[in-house]
Every structure is written in structure tokens, then in C-alpha cells.
Design a protein around this ligand. Structure first.
Ligand SMILES: Nc1ncnc2c1ncn2[C@@H]1O[C@H](COP(=O)(O)OP(=O)(O)OP(=O)(O)O)[C@@H](O)[C@H]1O
Ligand SMILES: [Mg+2]
Length: 229
């Protein structure tokens, strides 16, 4: 089942002599449960494309549908509503709140999502990402890989249909990066959550079951492969 469909999706910045097509005429179908990497040189449009799928932005031309709902022309409020329903985000720099503990970071996401699971539910989610016993630590008392696990737990609070991770391992050493990818893949297999990530790291690309390569805002290859073990 297509969870996300782009047809001729184009994002143009500026106008006249300064016009830039960050993505241009992208046709792409993502099925539920995919584990897909977006690769390509710096400036090729990876972040722009993920932001379109993540409902952080809508196309200047063409269409983007998330579970059948079009994002083009939506007001910022409507776009934010769709994003809140469907999308979880993991960031390169983790984006945890430094004065809150790991558990409090997850609890805050729960209360923002209107859930009242409280502390125990937050600890259960942290246990699921391998952080049993670490809920009381603040981000600066955790390793980078552990911080990214907290961020993954936070992204899962809403049980999103799609998790978007723009260069999730860029600030991690390769062992921590592998651990984060192993976790993402385990969650993908357990819950069927669709994971879409961008990277410059060949090790991370090896985890993907589909690799979409961008160049100058267009898809130049789209390859399905068996996942590395
Ligand atoms: N807000 C903006 N205003 C103007 N141009 C932009 C804007 N955002 C992106 N661009 C341009 O769009 C193109 C694609 O940028 P994008 O950030 O999507 O690339 P990327 O593949 O994610 O690169 P990187 O690997 O460096 O993260 C680049 O030429 C960039 O300069
Ligand atoms: Mg980018």
C-alpha cells in the first residue's frame, strides 16, 4: 500500500535570476513498511525531499500525498496537523531538551500529543529502545548514541506511520551509528513503521532495503536490495 506518493513534486526557491529548483519533477511512491535511504551529493535535494514527505513544507508545483491526503496548498496549520498525525522526526543533532531528563523528554512529547501515560509509559518506551535504567539522566549524561535513542523513543510516542531521519548518524561514531541503525531496523520489523533516512555514509546505506539517489533535485537511480545482516 502506498503511504506516500509524489507526482512531479517540485520545490523552487527564489525567482528570476536567483531561482533554484531544490527538487524538480520528483515521481516517487513509498509503500508502508519501507526502510529507505536517500543519498546523493550535498545540495542534491535530500533534505528538501524529506521535508516535503514530512509535511514541513509543501510543493511549489506537482503533488505530494501522505496516506491519500494532498499537502499542496494546505495552510501551515493544516500541514502541521497532518504532520502531527503521521510523522515522527529524528534529527542529526538529536534536539533533546537539555534541562530535562531522558524520561521527561519523552513525557513532554506525550503530553504535547495529548497522551497522559506519564512517567511509567515514558520509561517503557525508553526500555524499548534499550535505555532501561537511564530515564533519570539528562542528555549531557548520555552518549551520542544513547541521546539518539531517546530521540527515537520520543519520535515513536505518536506511533507515526512514517519516521523521517535526515542524516541520523552524522554526529555519531561508527559503532553508535550501527547501534542506532540496528534499533531503527528492529522497530521497522516489529511495528512496520516506515523509516526514510538520508545519509552520506556508505555503512548506513548498507542497511537500506531501497536506495534512492538524487542529483540536482532529480532521482537518478532507485534500487531495491536485500538488507545487510
Ligand atoms: N531555504 C532555501 N532557500 C534557497 N535555497 C535553498 C533553500 N533550501 C535549500 N536550498 C537549495 O536547494 C538545493 C537542495 O538543498 P538540500 O538542502 O535539499 O540538499 P541536501 O541534498 O540535503 O544537501 P546536504 O547533503 O548538504 O544536506 C541546494 O541547492 C540548496 O542550496
Ligand atoms: Mg541535507
Amino acid at each position: 500500500m502506498a503511504i506516500c506518493e509524489l507526482k512531479g513534486a517540485t520545490k523552487t526557491y527564489g525567482s528570476g535570476a536567483t531561482e533554484v529548483h531544490a527538487i524538480l519533477g520528483i515521481d516517487l511512491t513509498i509503500d508502508a513498511g519501507e526502510f529507505t535511504a536517500f543519498v546523493g551529493p550535498s545540495g542534491s535535494g535530500k533534505t528538501t525531499l524529506l521535508n516535503q514527505i514530512g509535511c514541513l513544507d509543501s510543493p511549489s508545483a506537482g503533488s505530494v500525498h501522505i496516506r491519500g491526503k494532498a499537502t499542496a496548498g494546505l495552510s501551515d496549520v493544516k500541514l502541521a496537523g497532518l504532520r502531527a498525525e503521521e510523522i515522527g522526526f529524528i534529527f542529526q543533532s538529536f534536539n533533546l531538551i537539555p534541562v530535562l531528563t531522558a524520561a521527561e523528554n519523552v513525557e513532554l512529547a506525550m503530553s504535547l500529543a495529548g497522551q497522559d501515560g506519564g512517567h511509567d509509559a515514558a520509561l517503557a518506551l525508553l526500555a524499548e529502545v534499550g535505555l532501561e535504567g537511564l530515564g533519570g539522566r539528562r542528555p549531557n549524561q548520555l552518549s551520542g548514541g544513547q541521546q539518539q535513542r531517546v530521540a527515537i523513543a520520543r519520535a515513536l510516542v505518536k506511533k507515526p506511520s512514517i519516521v523521517i531521519a535526515d542524516e541520523p548518524t552524522a554526529n555519531l561514531d561508527s559503532d553508535s551509528g550501527r547501534a542506532v541503525l540496528d534499533l531503527m531496523r528492529a522497530l521497522n520489523e516489529k511495528h512496520g513503521t516506515t523509516f526514510l533516512f538520508s545519509t552520506h555514509d556508505p555503512m548506513v546505506v548498507d542497511y537500506a532495503r531501497r536506495v534512492v539517489t538524487l542529483r540536482d533535485g532529480a532521482i537518478v537511480s532507485d534500487e531495491r536490495r536485500g538488507a545487510a545482516s
